[in-house]
Design a protein around this ligand. Structure first.
Ligand code: IPM
Ligand code: MG
Length: 361
């Protein structure tokens, strides 16, 4: 593994938010606080345009040898009608996650009091800090068989398989229990064990694991109830552990609960210490190239990179503080601007954060 950070800007707003996040990395390099080499490569729709594949061989090769990868977003209207799944931009991201065996995806939703926002009452939101631990390597995203065919009645028939082995469930369970141990010692496992066999196995293994973590309080919720509780009483959650698809859905919900999906970063880790860091939002083609996207989720992804990959927890904290300071001063990108005041562009938000960060390091 080389001491390299691979930057994959991707599509839509990806390049814009990545630009701001790269400024943070460059500042740290300039100050000699990190010494990683930065490289760029293509992924998603723009890679399809260039070489006909959403994850070009060169990109995969560079990713395999990097310590950390920072990714913007993939996808867009232009490629929405491609039928072959393997030729779609999203496949590039899924193949990257699969090939580097990123099995754990951490998505931390935090309530920022500065962003008193949503339709939900502030009392139930204060102190919300939820770490969603999403299994990333198996489940319905990758299960085979999959496809769309004509059946014997000449009707189009679509099918996917949701499969998970016990090793994968235990592996993600351990990550979640260990995180819970360091936090409020509460773990909520989310499944659909009243209907789906895979979920029944999931619940059994998480229950077995809980015997090794007597200090962590474990609860189990069905996905429908979990989605409702997240809105009704987000405060009851500390760490949530769940499968690939449920984690995808719950993390979007959790993000919007506390502000905007433009504020939610993620870290995916594998067992050899590599990390893939990406905002949870998509490529948002409708607002691409307008300079209005929120770069905070991507900058927070750099913070996760500093913490989980580059072993610089203090710099990670300072970066989080810099973001909070900018929010305290009232600056807002459009997605979190509820008053119409102090509206800033993607670039301006990036520069404000850099300015604050530079004061702290
Ligand atoms: C996410 C995204 C991806 C996913 C898409 C782009 C494949 O929604 O990271 O949450 O579903 O994992
Ligand atoms: Mg998603």
């Amino acid at each position: 593994m080389k001491n390299e950070i691979l930057i994959l800007p991707g599509d839509g707003i990806g390049p814009e938010v990545i630009n701001e996040a790269v400024k943070v990395i460059q500042l740290l390099k300039k100050k000699k606080l990190i010494n990683s080499v930065i490289r760029y490569a293509k992924i998603g729709g723009n890679a399809i345009e260039k070489v006909g594949l959403p994850l070009p061989t060169d990109t995969l090769k560079a990713a395999k040898s990097s310590r950390a990868i920072l990714l913007g977003a993939v996808g867009g209207k232009k490629w929405d009608n491609i039928k072959d799944f393997k030729k779609r931009p999203e496949y590039g991201l899924l193949k990257l996650r699969k090939s580097l065996k990123f099995f754990a995806n951490l998505r931390n939703t935090i309530f920022y009091p500065q962003l008193l926002s949503s339709s939900i009452k502030s009392e139930i939101l204060s102190n919300v800090n939820i770490m969603i631990v999403r299994e990333l390597s198996q489940g319905i995203y990758f299960g085979k068989p999959r496809g769309v065919v004509y059946n014997e009645y000449f009707l189009r028939y679509g099918f996917n398989s949701s499969n998970l082995d016990e090793k994968a469930i235990r592996r993600i369970g351990i990550i979640a229990f260990e995180l819970a141990k360091k936090r409020k010692k509460q773990l909520c496992s989310v499944d659909k064990a009243n209907v789906i066999e895979v979920s029944m196995l999931w619940r059994k293994i998480i229950t077995e694991l809980s015997n090794s973590y007597p200090d962590v309080r474990v609860t189990h919720l069905y996905i429908d109830n979990a989605a409702m509780q997240l809105i009704l009483s987000p405060n009851i959650f500390d760490v949530i552990v769940t499968g690939n698809m449920f984690g995808d859905i719950l993390s979007d919900e959790a993000a919007n609960l506390t502000g905007s999906i433009g504020m939610l970063p993620s870290a995916s880790i594998n067992s050899i210490g590599q990390g893939l860091f990406e905002p949870c939002h998509g490529s948002a083609p409708d607002i691409a190239n307008k300079g209005v996207a929120n770069p905070i989720a991507t900058i927070l992804s750099v913070s996760m990179m500093l913490h989980y990959s580059l072993q610089k927890p203090l710099l990670s904290k300072f970066l989080n503080v810099a973001i909070i300071n900018v929010l305290k001063k009232g600056f807002r990108t459009a997605d979190i601007n509820y008053t119409g005041k102090n509206l800033v562009s993607t670039k301006e938000m990036g520069n404000l954060i850099i300015e604050e960060f530079e004061k702290l390091i």
